[in-house]
Write a protein that binds this ligand. Structure first.
Ligand code: TXA
Ligand code: MG
Length: 349
């Protein structure tokens, strides 16, 4: 299959481009499109065969359920049942935006969207291209991140091409995404609302609306098998091995990084670090040090993390060193993605 790569204005998407993409979706084809978090790989969520193509293109196990994207609150009734009032309260504050809610699924929805579950994940994205596409398609659109399963999510159209060229009908290129990490996934079907994946909406912001929201990450390794979808530890991983360093004494952490880097380079490995500007400036002796942004600017660091991991992969890096970003605000989501990129390999100094 030839994948069409089409440029689209990210603020005022051209109606003819959107119409073509929406037609492909309605015809059961796959279309990748930008959202404010990461690029999504879209299929008509009412079409079982179209959803099936997502799993094949991404090489993703059927057990990992897919988020349904909607254009307006009216579509919620088409796909869910028994929506609690808390969902409307949260939607009022955070939709359109980087929040995904797990709700009870309508029986009429295709099983393939969340195999073996009675629930469905729903998100109303804010990106003008995503919104225009959803409005024009007039169906809810199932869309996981547009990357091969377990690789870092795609934050540019080039990343989508890297992973999915020849496997999908079209990619809408609306430039780099503004958040760069996926949405926060919040389960409203349990007795207490629970964050399953930290993301673009911070825990602090969620708890301002509902202080009872819980977050207890239970990371599961591949060997142990995953009971809760999306909680597998190997996820967002580059091909290179990743080591995540943490510790209260920044200087000690950086010295330890230098020691590990020197030892691994001695053994013939290509070692790189992906760090804040300040950490990068303080680190010596490494061949490759990529900068993510100022240490206080978590927005910028988040925007560049996946792109940085992918860039180092393209340069045949063997080992990538990262440092703990803290847990405040977007830090919780950054830590989660870094920990998974490292497959749990943390060095505490
Ligand atoms: O920002 C995002 O959320 C992006 C954009 C494209 O919207 N999408 C995305 O989708 O990251 P995906 O499939 O890569 O991640 C969705 C996460 C997975 O961890 C999945 O297991 C979880 O949401 N999820 C989806 N449906 C679920 C359900 N019914 N119950 C529990 N978890 C669910
Ligand atoms: Mg994903």
């Amino acid at each position: 299959m030839q994948t069409q790569l089409v440029k689209v204005n990210s603020q005022e998407p051209e109606p003819e481009v959107i119409a073509t993409a929406a037609e492909l979706l309605r015809a059961g084809e796959l279309v990748a499109f930008p959202t404010e978090t990461v690029y999504g790989l879209g299929a008509n969520a009412l079409d079982c065969d179209a959803l099936g193509k997502i799993f094949t293109a991404k090489q993703r196990p059927r057990s990992d359920p897919i988020i349904a994207h909607i254009a307006d609150l009216g579509q919620l009734d088409e796909i869910t049942r028994g929506v609690p009032s808390s969902a409307y309260r949260l939607a009022d504050v955070f939709w359109p935006g980087p929040l995904t809610l797990i709700l009870q699924r309508k029986d009429s929805m295709p099983e393939a969207i969340a195999e073996g579950r009675s629930t469905i994940a729903v998100r109303m994205p804010a990106h003008p291209v995503a919104r225009a596409l959803l409005e024009k398609a007039r169906v809810p659109v199932g869309a996981p991140s547009a990357n091969t399963f377990t690789r870092p999510s795609a934050t540019t159209a080039a990343h989508v091409m890297e992973d999915l060229s020849g496997r999908i009908a079209m990619i809408l290129d609306g430039g780099p995404t503004s958040i760069g990490l996926e949405s926060t996934v919040l389960d409203l079907t349990a007795a207490t609302p629970r964050v399953l994946r930290p993301g673009g909406v911070s825990l602090e912001a969620l708890r301002d609306v509902d202080p009872t929201i819980e977050f207890q990450p239970a990371y599961v390794s591949e060997q142990e098998g995953s009971h809760s979808p999306g909680q597998m530890l190997k996820h967002y991983s580059p091909r290179a091995r990743v080591l995540l360093f943490r510790g209260d004494d920044r200087k000690a952490v950086l010295r330890r990084m230098e020691e590990v880097a020197a030892a691994e380079a001695q053994a013939g490995l290509r070692v790189a670090a992906l760090l804040s500007d300040e950490d990068a400036a303080a680190l010596t002796g490494l061949q490759t040090v990529e900068r993510l942004g100022p240490v206080q600017d978590l927005d910028r660091i988040a925007r560049h993390l996946f792109a940085g991991l992918r860039a180092l992969d393209r340069h045949d890096t063997d080992l990538i060193l990262l440092r703990d970003p803290g847990r405040k605000g977007l830090g919780a989501a950054l830590w989660d993605r870094m920990l998974r990129a490292a497959e749990g390999e943390v060095i505490t100094c």
